[in-house]
Design a protein around this ligand. Structure first.
Ligand SMILES: CC(C)(COP(=O)(O)OP(=O)(O)OC[C@H]1O[C@@H](n2cnc3c(N)ncnc32)[C@H](O)[C@@H]1OP(=O)(O)O)[C@@H](O)C(=O)NCCC(=O)NCCS
Length: 171
């Protein structure tokens, strides 16, 4: 399990058991697995329908870097990825419950997934934002969120932006 975060909002203080950490706030985080799929889809359902086939997402949760954040036993945020191409990981979905936004959890999850990606040999991250897809809330563009976290916009296609972040450079 990668260690924490410049914000410390996810807040790793007292490891509860291997792979899981529980700060005094009652917040814990760990890598996701396919057994978490129901909880992930349940949290996300208030926002929008997941576009990928559930079988694909379940496999990604078992295989690629991810993180879920629980507070008092309830999932409040998650980030999962899939392989885009050899060496490049795609952030497929990043979501923080409205009640938990603007406290650094999104930034902390990016850092945890990035450090897991690097440890697993990935050299770069890629993502497209979902601003053009239907959702059940009025959204802000996440551009400054990603740019503030070291991502660069490489494509602008209407509401959809593509972002990349280089993690390491090898020959
Ligand atoms: C985008 C999201 C993951 C950010 O998570 P978060 O935990 O609120 O992010 P942080 O607290 O680390 O950073 C928040 C800061 O990022 C910046 N920011 C820029 N665009 C933003 C946006 N669309 N949403 C939230 N923050 C944004 C702001 O500076 C913000 O600080 P402020 O709220 O004080 O203005 C979360 O708002 C979310 O789940 N939104 C709905 C789903 C979504 O848009 N996912 C991204 C798909 S590409």
């Amino acid at each position: 399990m990668p260690e924490s975060t410049s914000h410390g909002t996810i807040g790793i203080h007292h490891p509860a058991r291997p792979g899981e950490c529980m700060p005094p706030s009652g917040r814990a985080h760990r890598r996701l697995a396919s057994g978490d799929l129901g909880e992930v889809l349940g949290l996300y359902a208030a926002y929008r329908d997941v576009s990928a086939a559930h079988d694909d997402v379940a496999r990604w949760l078992d295989v690629y870097p991810s993180v879920g954040v629980w507070e008092h036993g309830a999932l409040v945020a998650f980030c999962y990825t899939q392989r885009n191409a050899p060496g490049i990981l795609e952030i497929d979905n990043l979501y923080v419950a409205p009640s938990h936004r603007s406290h650094g959890i999104g930034a902390d999850m990016l850092r945890l997934v990035e450090s897991a990606a690097l440890a697993e040999g990935y050299q770069g991250l890629f993502l497209t934002n979902a601003l053009g897809l239907p959702a059940r809330e009025v959204r802000r563009s996440p551009e400054t969120f990603y740019v503030d976290n070291g991502y660069t916009v490489v494509l602008r296609c209407g509401p959809t932006l593509a972002f990349v972040k280089q993690l390491s450079i090898t020959d």
